[in-house]
Design a protein around this ligand. Structure first.
Ligand code: OAD
Length: 248
């Protein structure tokens, strides 16, 4: 890792008021959750996102998609927060009200590490929701659906789907607005483990940079947003974040 970049990022962190931490799949890689776009290990190098991460794909083969998510859910439940998640949570605890964590991850590892108010741009893989809007009043509860794959509503046959954002879908209401406000207002944005390939999420880094924030990136590999960074820390999150944050 570049010592000058580490020193610059530490110094900026020490002086920063508001800090926004923006994370992607690389954040959880060392917890054993695969990323999407890493060449050999990424999910999208082995699976077709159109078939597995879109409403059309789910409607075409609900059982295939449900079973794929069931396996990923089991992986998330088995995983534990890594030293990077814990370092971010400790850093935020020491600066109440000054650190906003925004994640693209659908796992709950930031939350389990202690960042319970992390903004989740792409939903929550452990949540169930209805595929179609429920027309009943009061609305039926997806937790009451039968045990099928996927479960169905006993009243109307509506199917349960995972509570993640699929390609072509809107982000959860309010999440992007809150994330944009954090990006505009922060003095430092710490970007961890994202390829920067997915929009509108990747736009947050540009927003922070345009608004005058110092941008530091933690990633062992080049990403599409490296040109936005003042400091690039080349290394894995679970090693770099404790080094960076424990001394800041
Ligand atoms: P990607 O898979 O696109 O990128 C993962 C990034 O993590 C890459 O830049 C890797 O170099 C980096 N990386 C790998 N191991 C790392 C480590 N140990 N420490 C730090 N970085 C590491 O994942 P995202 O950028 O999160 O969408 O992808 C964005 C969205 O695309 C995801 O949220 C998902 C996907 O389709 C939804 O789920 C809606």
């Amino acid at each position: 890792m570049d010592d000058a970049a580490l020193a610059a990022a530490r110094q900026r962190l020490q002086g920063a008021g508001a800090v926004c931490v923006f994370t992607g799949a690389g954040m959880s890689a060392e917890s054993g959750i695969p990323t999407f776009r890493d060449a050999l290990t990424g999910l999208w190098s082995r699976f077709d996102p159109a078939a597995l991460a879109s409403e059309e794909g789910f409607r075409a083969d609900p059982q295939l998609v449900w079973d794929w998510y069931a396996e990923r859910r089991a992986g998330v439940r088995r995983a534990q927060p890594n030293a990077g998640h814990l370092a971010i949570a400790a850093f935020a605890r020491a600066r109440p009200g000054r650190v906003t964590v925004v994640t693209q991850n659908v796992d709950d590892l930031h939350q389990r590490a202690g960042c319970t108010d992390a903004i989740r741009l792409h939903g929550d893989i452990l949540q169930d929701r209805w595929l179609d809007a429920c027309a009943q009043r009061p609305a039926c509860d997806p937790a009451q659906a039968d045990a099928g794959r996927p479960p169905r509503c006993g009243r109307c046959g509506n199917r349960v789907r995972p509570g993640v954002v699929w390609f072509g879908e809107l982000l959860p209401p309010g999440a992007m607005e809150a994330a944009e406000a954090a990006a505009r207002q922060c003095e430092l944005m710490l970007v961890v483990g994202t390829s920067g390939a997915v929009w509108p999420a990747a736009g947050l880094v540009h927003t922070a940079r345009r608004a005058g924030a110092f941008v530091a990136i933690v990633n062992p590999h080049p990403s599409e947003i490296d040109d936005q960074a003042h400091a690039v820390l080349r290394g894995p999150a679970a090693r770099v974040l404790p080094e960076l944050l424990h001394h800041s």
